[in-house]
Ligand binder design. Structure first.
Ligand code: ZN
Ligand code: ZN
Length: 376
């Protein structure tokens, strides 16, 4: 048979009469006398020009191309019929398929797998899958179920997140929920809430750390030697020898830290534990410079009570009570902080006072300090 495209091209533009001539020749299947056709003879000669027919001895027969066209027309006619038949068959087949797939869908909804359904109907699971997937109701059902699962996954993930926020570890959550630790980790990793929460935690920690640091700084400053003893630190701190040590960060009462000091009077440099130094600063008004201290000791040796107030000691010192307290007026100096007993030789009044204070306020002004004599 000739190439279909050639045939279609060769059959193009044929008149009704010409088609009829070709059909007649094909049905006869033998040469026909030219006078048999009562049509216009030009139509016949045109067919000969187009090489669809052959005229020999006034006998007309089809060429191979003419036969090809006839066969083509016939097959077209058959096809037209077939298509109509097939579409009816197809429709009923589709209806059957839909019914089958609906049945499959019901089973699937009951929880049967493709394989289970296939066994029931003698089909393999691939076929079952094909039938089911062709059903729009199945598609909708799968989508709906997927959405439900998705929601369940989100809910579970959020539940894990809550537990995590309560301080449970991945391990504890996995034990609680009967899943593996890595599964819990994987589920939580996908939760955007966790990322936000971790970020929040991180920021909170940074803030807390900063606050703590700030507070420590303030505490340190409050208790620093620079803050507690600003003037002395300013005049005595030996910046050279203390190197990077910062008086603002040196605790005023540290019993561990040793610092270097430099005397602004004699340039003497010495080191001491901070706590010892500041105790000394508090006790007396001195800088703590050992050179200055030696000078003071030499130049300002204080006189004893007996040396300075011989008369008052003789008349008022209560030897009975003071000797029991181990107080000796020939040793005690004028600045003594100790309390001593006194007795008035006039009226026998006895009293106990601070030695330094009684000298400063009474003896130095010529008053013995007896309250009876003073009329109080
Ligand atoms: Zn000094
Ligand atoms: Zn008196």
């Amino acid at each position: 048979m000739e190439n279909t495209l050639n045939i279609v091209a060769a059959a193009k533009g044929l008149s009704h009469d010409q088609k009829s001539i070709i059909r007649t020749l094909f049905q006869c299947d033998c040469p026909v006398a030219i006078q048999f056709f009562d049509t216009d003879k030009t139509a016949i000669f045109q067919l000969q020009d187009r090489e669809l027919i052959l005229i020999q001895n006034r006998q007309v027969s089809l060429t191979a191309l003419g036969i090809g066209i006839s066969e083509y027309w016939q097959s077209q006619k058959c096809n037209g019929l077939k298509i109509a038949e097939i579409s009816v068959i197809e429709a009923s087949r589709n209806q059957q398929k839909l019914e089958t797939s609906n049945r499959f869908l019901d089973l699937y909804k009951q929880g049967l797998s493709y394989q289970d359904i296939g066994k029931k109907y003698g089909l393999d699971k691939g076929r079952v899958s094909n039938i089911l997937e062709s059903n729009p109701r199945f598609q909708a059902y799968v989508k709906e179920r997927e959405e439900v699962c998705q929601q369940q996954r989100i809910d579970r993930s959020n539940q894990f997140l809550e537990l995590y926020k309560q301080g449970l570890s991945y391990r504890s959550i996995s034990k609680k929920c009967g899943l593996s630790e890595s599964r819990v980790r994987g589920i939580l990793k996908k939760n955007l809430g966790l990322q936000a929460y971790l970020k929040e935690c991180k920021e909170a920690k940074v803030t807390a750390d900063l606050e703590k640091k700030e507070k420590l700084k303030i505490n340190l400053w409050d208790r620093s030697i620079a803050n507690c003893y600003p003037e002395r630190t300013a005049t005595l701190w030996d910046y050279e020898k203390n190197h990077d040590l910062d008086p603002k960060k040196t605790l005023a009462h540290s019993s561990v830290q040793i610092i270097w000091l430099k005397c602004p009077i004699d340039g003497h440099s010495w080191k001491k534990k901070v706590a010892h130094l500041t105790t000394l600063w508090q006790r007396n008004g001195r800088s703590g410079c050992p050179v200055c201290a030696g000078r003071i000791r030499k130049s300002k040796k204080q006189p004893t009570l007996v040396e300075a107030y011989t008369d008052f000691v003789e008349r008022y010192w209560n030897y009975d009570k003071n000797s029991k307290l181990d107080l000796d007026p020939s040793v005690i100096t004028l600045g003594s902080n100790k309390k001593a007993w006194f007795k008035c030789p006039e009226d026998g009044n006895e009293w106990q006072v601070n030695i330094g204070a009684t000298i400063a306020h009474k003896w130095s002004k010529g008053n013995a300090g007896c309250q009876v004599c003073n009329g109080k």
